[in-house]
Design a protein around this ligand. Structure first.
Ligand SMILES: NC(=O)c1ccc[n+]([C@@H]2O[C@H](COP(=O)([O-])OP(=O)(O)OC[C@H]3O[C@@H](n4cnc5c(N)ncnc54)[C@H](O)[C@@H]3O)[C@@H](O)[C@H]2O)c1
Length: 243
């Protein structure tokens, strides 16, 4: 596969959609590893700050950002057509809950539409936004296939959950094991090869649904533990014990 060769030789260009807590560290990590990275965000204020070499994300030191902006390996833009240059497109946009607690997919749909407009053969699309199991195959894949491209053949598609734990001094983008599930073997292989360039450990799974469920389990596990410790803390407080 042409893309694997391009990734191996660091000739592959990365496009990151959404330059927040998840997208910016990813973009800067790959730029520091020698890849050419285009960051696309709808927020012109953020793009201007980044191009001035200033980081607004605590986990991204300003000197790291400034270095990759200066070297030209990282460019931020509000122009989605610039994404056409990218071989790999990584979606890192928000997925908040609506008042009704349903996931708001507006930003993911907008990002996928921006990609569909510039889609060409051989590109790898990865969804990293936290979402419900089924999203990659039910929402992203049909929107891209509607362009007449054959999923898994004309373009590769995978889900890989971002598992960043902001502020954690021990675990950051590079050493958090990266779970990857593609829509077919070629998609998984391409996404694994891509993340291996920067991440210490990459864990392929059998489908995007499995990768989506991994993230749901992890978030649920965290929520249950936070709830448990909060309950214990209240009990300890009443008993004058230091939790
Ligand atoms: N922050 C975390 O700790 C964390 C951890 C794991 C997973 N996640 C998940 O990762 C995803 C991104 O979260 P985040 O914390 O980075 O959000 P964020 O709000 O920090 O950043 C998202 C960025 O996307 C931009 N954006 C919105 N719509 C866009 C569009 N259509 N095209 C281009 N850019 C667009 C916004 O302007 C913003 O800069 C969410 O699904 C979130 O649940 C977050």
């Amino acid at each position: 596969m042409e893309l694997l060769k391009k990734i191996d030789s660091k000739q592959a260009k990365l496009g990151v959609i959404g330059l927040g807590y998840v997208g910016l560290p990813l973009a800067v990590e790959f730029a520091r590893a020698g890849f050419s990275v285009i960051g696309y965000d709808v927020d012109a204020g953020k793009v201007a700050q980044l191009m001035a070499g200033r980081s607004y994300i605590p986990d991204v030191p300003t000197e790291h950002l400034a270095e990759v902006v200066k070297s030209g390996r990282f460019t931020a833009t509000t122009d989605p057509t610039k994404l056409s240059e990218a071989d790999i497109l990584d979606i890192c946009v928000p997925t908040p809950l609506r008042k009704t607690k349903d996931p708001d997919m507006t930003y993911v749909v907008q990002a996928v539409d921006a990609i569909a407009a510039i889609l060409r053969k051989g590109q790898l699309i990865i969804l990293e936004s936290t979402t419900y199991p089924g999203t990659t195959v039910e929402v992203v894949q049909p929107a891209l296939a509607a362009k007449g491209f054959k999923p898994g053949v004309d373009f590769y598609l995978a889900f890989s959950p971002e598992r960043v734990d902001p502020g954690n001094p021990h675990y950051q983008t590079k050493n958090i094991p990266k779970v990857v599930g593609g829509i077919n073997q070629a998609s998984t292989d391409a996404a694994v090869k891509f993340y291996e360039q920067v991440m210490d450990t990459v864990v392929p799974v059998s489908s995007p649904g499995v990768a989506e469920m991994v993230k749901l389990l992890e978030n649920t596990f965290r929520a249950v533990n936070i709830g448990l410790v909060n309950e214990l803390a209240m009990m300890c407080h009443r008993m004058s014990l230091d939790v």
